[in-house]
Design a protein. Structure first.
Length: 319
């Protein structure tokens, strides 16, 4: 991404592939809502949403919402329907309104994500960039005035601890380390104890990547979670899974298994700029039942920012 760009401009650029995927079917976004209700237009919209990895159940709901909408054009009706999927009403009967503007506002700033407590446990499969994501999250929270610590709980990958140490030195963040091949739960315990003793605002706990079908490693996550609670009652208040958007539905299925092993409180979606399937955010919210906390659209630290449904949809549908 080009330096000096606002987050909204970077987000719009990062969603370019997904936006192109949505628009390649007959340019349906330029149609009036009345014409969009005809069978051909709805079929075009259905194919576009499915190609963007929105998923069958959510696509059916979106089509129903568009057909029932009182909006004067398809763009606004679709915006409402997408936001409803990404940010469901908090109470039964409550309606959402996108507040879609007729232009894209590049000065929008995402609202901060306030963790429920002091410890965030970060989990995920191999290769999704958990360690780098933790560093970006650390920088984000420091820029918002919080003191931060890291715990290098990935003791199996030789470079993981060293990588986090480098980030810690760069950011001025203390890093709790353990010996290579050691017990990750012990590192997490030391990190939680140290955070509590120092009064640091936020501890981000790295964990080793693992596949959802590695039963012993999935059980280990539960152990790490329990041990943190022994060091600091009520923690970790947050368990965030890092999900690579490029993996699409496969990543979602993995996330479901992680959620069964250790209940998630949020998802961080990275690499949205590398895929045309950014619609995967909708089934993440719908099927996991947890919010998306942050999204990433590039390699730079400020290319990872808090998720806002209306902001995301407006960038996605912007001309």
């Amino acid at each position: 991404m080009v330096r000096g760009m606002t987050w909204a401009e970077r987000l719009r650029g990062g969603l370019q592939k997904t936006r192109a995927q949505l628009n390649q079917n007959a340019g349906f976004l330029g149609r009036s809502l009345s014409s969009a209700r005809d069978a051909d237009a709805l079929e075009d919209l259905e194919m576009a949403l499915l190609a963007a990895d929105v998923g069958g159940p959510a696509t059916a709901d979106i089509l129903r919402s568009v057909q029932a909408s009182r909006r004067p054009d398809l763009l606004a009706a679709l915006s409402d329907a997408l936001i409803e999927q990404l940010e469901p009403p908090k109470e039964a009967g409550e309606e959402n309104s996108s507040g879609l503007t007729p232009w894209f506002e590049p000065a929008v700033k995402p609202a901060p994500v306030e963790p429920a407590g002091h410890v965030v446990m970060v989990i995920g499969v191999n290769g999704v960039g958990k360690t780098t994501t933790i560093a970006k999250l650390g920088q984000h929270y420091m820029e918002h005035g919080k003191s931060v610590m890291f715990a290098a709980g990935d003791t199996f990958r030789a470079a993981a601890g060293a990588q986090l140490e480098v980030w810690g030195d760069r950011l001025g963040v203390p890093v709790i380390q353990g010996r290579e091949g050691g017990d990750p739960a012990a590192v997490a315990f030391d990190g939680a104890s140290s955070r509590k003793a120092r009064g640091t605002d936020l501890l981000l706990v790295d964990t080793a990547g693992r596949l959802h079908n590695q039963t012993n490693l999935m059980q280990e996550l539960g152990k790490v979670h329990r041990v943190i609670g022994k060091a600091d009652a009520g923690e970790p208040a947050e368990v965030w899974m890092v999900l690579d958007a490029v993996t699409g539905q496969n990543g979602l299925q993995q996330a479901k298994k992680f959620n069964e092993a250790i209940p998630l409180t949020g998802v961080v979606v990275t690499k949205l700029d590398g895929t045309a399937k950014g619609g995967i955010l909708i089934p993440i919210v719908r099927e996991l039942g947890v919010p998306i906390k942050f999204i990433g659209v590039g390699e730079q630290a400020d290319d990872l920012q808090p998720f806002n449904a209306a902001e995301f949809v407006e960038a996605l549908l912007a001309p």
